[in-house]
Design a binder for this molecule. Structure first.
Ligand code: XMP
Length: 526
């Protein structure tokens, strides 16, 4: 088999909120692809030598002269090009067609009906005179075709909803095939990547794992590698992958900061136990560091959220560095960086990234420790990470676990963090999660957890009056964690969880359910 990166597509990002979705759909069709900004250097594109190019949508208008354009190098490559929305408009305009603005935005479902015969649209179920349901989101539209193109589909409001120059393999669609609202959109992108660009579909979980193992072995040779294992999906998948690749050259450091969920440490150890079948040398070297006291001492008296995050992040770095330095001969630090992190840090050069909270808790660690970086997930999306996690034998419960913030319960105990608050919160959270799993609701929500409110409220238990703290329950549904809405959990369910928490935890007198959306609220309370 040839290298799994050899047959690749290039996705040019014009700033659409859907660009990463395009890439995920292409990957799902078994084809490797990379996202780069529209002003990526020509030499880079030539060296990348993609088999095809997809131009994303974007928020700008081609009717203004200063907006992003496709570089001539891309058009000169001679490989198939598919322009989506803004990508189609700029393709049309740059090749001599015409685009006009409109005050009316078309947003939502639309019916496209096939016009001239097309190489591309049959995958969507669109033939001359026959239509399909698609998702539109545009103001401008193409009003005159460039030479050599034909109209392959129309909607009521966009007579040129798809265009094509079959001989040159240039295609444009005004609608968004990458979103699930476009009925056969995935099939269209599959057809483009596999048939029109001629890629074989080698990008599979099994091949990704084999390739990563080989590359890690080449990178580190006989050296030793250290990894911060947190119990989250990304670091667990890195651990499983490295266990396969380099066995006992890997040491995992698991820092117990006193802000973990109930039984977190046991679950991680169980996932990598000898009988798990993961790795070629077992048990995995996991060094658990009981650092609760150190974290709590440094957090004492601090109530401000960002200051707490910094303390937790810095303490983690100090503890990790100390423990890693105590290991003999470590040359490499493994990290669970994934592709969206890579894209976002590249995009931040263009001022796109918008940091509301300081999320990158362990930034700066590799420079300080003078270690090389091993990042075997750097080119993978989260769903691909999960898939290879399952392929490597990690339990579903771990692979599909809700995200958990780096500062852990530290940002779920409002204000000052105390050991006894953390103990109470851990118990309440465990009850909530246990009930969600029992009711088959866990996988239906994107993230669920309990929050500790250090305010006191009166309750009555039996004949006694209770004056204790309040627990808030939070469960959200979201696709990207940038926006979210509170999950509509059944009342009976919330009531049951509330009763259990108040009955089983003496230091809680009241439970409330958070119904705020993001925005304006955030998912976490701090
Ligand atoms: P917010 O609260 O910003 O959360 O709506 C969005 C997602 O990010 C997670 N989150 C964090 N993750 N360190 C992390 O690693 C942090 O400091 C942090 N703060 C929020 C949050 O759990 C949610 O999934």
């Amino acid at each position: 088999m040839h290298n799994i990166h050899d047959q690749r597509l290039l996705i040019i990002d014009f700033g659409s909120q859907y660009t990463q979705l395009i890439a995920r759909r292409v990957r799902e069709s078994g084809v490797y692809c990379e996202i780069h900004p529209f002003d990526v250097p020509d030499e880079f594109v030539e060296a990348l030598a993609p088999r095809g190019i997809i131009l994303s949508g974007g928020p700008e208008t081609v009717t203004a002269g200063t907006t992003p354009r496709i570089s001539q190098a891309i058009l000169d490559l001679g490989v198939p090009v598919l322009g989506i929305c803004y990508g189609m408009q700029t393709l049309a305009e740059q090749l001599g067609g015409e685009v006009m603005g409109s005050d009316l935005r078309e947003f939502g479902h639309a019916q496209v009906v096939g016009a001239e015969p097309s190489d591309l649209l049959p995958a969507l179920g669109v033939f001359p005179g026959k239509g399909s349901d698609v998702w539109m989101s545009h103001g401008d539209k193409v009003t005159r075709l460039p030479d050599g193109f034909v109209v392959t589909a129309s909607t009521e409001s966009a007579p040129i909803a798809a265009m094509e120059n079959t001989a040159r393999h240039l295609y444009g669609v005004q609608f968004h095939p990458e979103v699930t609202h476009t009925a056969q959109g995935k099939a269209l992108l599959h057809h483009f990547a596999r048939d029109i660009c001629g890629c074989d579909g080698d990008w599979t979980a099994a091949n990704i794992v084999e390739d990563a193992i080989q590359r890690v072995r080449e990178q580190v040779g006989d050296d030793h590698v250290v990894l911060g294992l947190s119990g989250g999906v990304d670091s667990s998948v890195v651990a499983a992958l490295l266990a396969r690749a380099i066995g006992d050259q890997l040491t995992c450091i698991f820092v117990d900061n006193g802000l973990l969920r109930l039984a977190e440490r046991d679950e991680v150890e169980a996932a990598f136990a000898p009988e798990s079948g993961i790795g070629n040398v077992l048990p995995l070297n996991i060094k658990t560091i009981a650092a609760e006291t150190e974290f709590m001492e440094r957090l004492a008296g601090e109530a401000e959220p960002e200051a707490k995050r910094k303390i937790i992040g810095n303490t983690f770095i100090d503890v990790f560095e100390r423990e890693a330095k105590a290991l003999p001969g470590v040359k490499w630090l493994a990290q669970g960086t994934i592709y969206p992190d890579v894209i976002e840090s590249a995009a931040s050069k263009y001022g796109k990234a918008h940091v509301i909270k300081s999320h990158h808790n362990v930034g700066g660690l590799p420079e300080r420790m003078e270690l090389g970086l091993v990042e075997p997930l750097r080119e993978l999306f989260k769903d691909e990470v999960r898939e290879i996690g399952l392929h490597l034998g990690l339990p579903r419960s771990l692979v599909f676990r809700h995200p958990f913030p780096g500062p852990g319960l530290g940002v779920r105990i409002l204000g000052e963090v105390r050991t006894e608050y953390a103990q109470t919160l851990r118990q309440a959270d465990a009850i909530f999660i246990e009930e969600l799993r029992a009711a088959d609701l866990y996988d239906q929500v994107s993230q669920a957890f309990a929050v500790y409110l250090p305010v006191k409220s009166v309750g009555v238990v039996g004949d006694a009056r209770r004056y204790e703290h309040v627990i808030a329950l939070r469960a959200v549904e979201t696709v990207d964690f940038m926006t979210a809405r509170s999950a509509r959990l059944p009342y009976e369910f919330i009531e049951k969880v509330s009763n259990r928490i108040i009955n089983e935890i003496a230091s809680v007198s009241r439970v409330v359910y958070d119904i705020s959306s993001k925005p304006p609220a955030t998912i976490e309370w701090e």
